[in-house]
Design a protein around this ligand. Structure first.
Ligand code: ADP
Ligand code: 5GP
Length: 209
């Protein structure tokens, strides 16, 4: 059987991407309430924890030296510099969670999604789009987690990220939350069903004499 990330029967990987503030985290929380079997990959970052964020739960908070050392050791599936900090997906996160066969969700920005496309071409990539740049700015400001400079840095990156939406097979417009959540759930269920069918066929072929 073909191995992915050193795992025989990996769980399906879903990449949820799109600009900061578009609602990725909100949608993923909603999805996980509906589908508790889904596992969320905990990213590493050098940015400071926001109030209430917990190390190992929201992020693995690393200092710049540790991030650089682990990057040099090849521990990341993908990593980027974003808005003045480093972010990355640790191989150990994916291997640990996918080896149990669970569907794994990565919540990452667009450059990282491109890297994952090369590293894991079977992963399902979903781009979340805002109704408009103005609404994105409003959500970022109202979220209240970033100072005005941080909001501006995120908006500057967002302008480029929005141009990438055509690269993605699945695009969800996060206008009405409930409708966007239903679309996300239906994409995830559809992909899980077709990957289960693919695995069953693969097993059938292996059993042929
Ligand atoms: P991201 O994870 O992409 O950075 P968040 O999930 O933190 O974005 O959402 C940013 C803000 O927008 C939050 O305050 C969230 O409550 C709000 N939000 C998310 N989806 C919607 C929506 N469909 N309509 C209005 N506000 C939304
Ligand atoms: P925040 O600082 O708001 O938590 O995250 C900023 C941006 O980085 C968001 O768009 C978020 O999705 C993205 N991000 C979080 N973790 C990762 C990661 O591991 N890799 C990449 N490429 N982006 C990430």
């Amino acid at each position: 059987m073909r191995k992915v990330l050193g795992v025989d029967r990996p769980g399906h990987v879903f990449v949820i991407t799109g600009p900061s503030g578009v609602g990725k985290g909100t949608l993923i929380r909603g999805l996980m309430e509906r589908m508790p079997e889904i596992e969320l990959s905990v990213s590493a970052t050098t940015r400071s924890p926001r109030p209430g964020e917990r190390d190992g739960v929201d992020y693995h908070f690393l200092d710049a030296d540790e991030f650089a050392e682990r990057r040099a050791r090849g521990e990341f599936v993908e990593h980027v510099d974003y808005a003045g900090s480093s972010y990355g997906t640790l191989r150990s996160e994916l291997e640990g969670r996918a080896s149990a066969g669970a569907p794994v969700v990565l919540e990452i920005e667009v450059q990282g999604a491109r890297q994952v496309r090369r590293a894991l071409p079977d992963a399902t990539q979903i781009f979340i789009a805002p109704p408009s740049l103005e609404e994105l700015a409003r959500r970022l400001r109202e979220r209240g987690t970033d100072d005005p400079e941080g909001v501006e840095r995120r908006l500057a990156v967002a302008r480029e990220e929005l141009e990438a939406r055509d690269e993605f097979a699945h695009v969800i417009l996060n206008d009405q939350l409930e409708r966007a959540l239903q679309q996300l759930e239906s994409i995830v269920l559809g992909e899980l069903e077709s990957s289960a069918r693919g695995q069953a066929q693969g097993e059938g072929e292996l059993r042929k004499p």
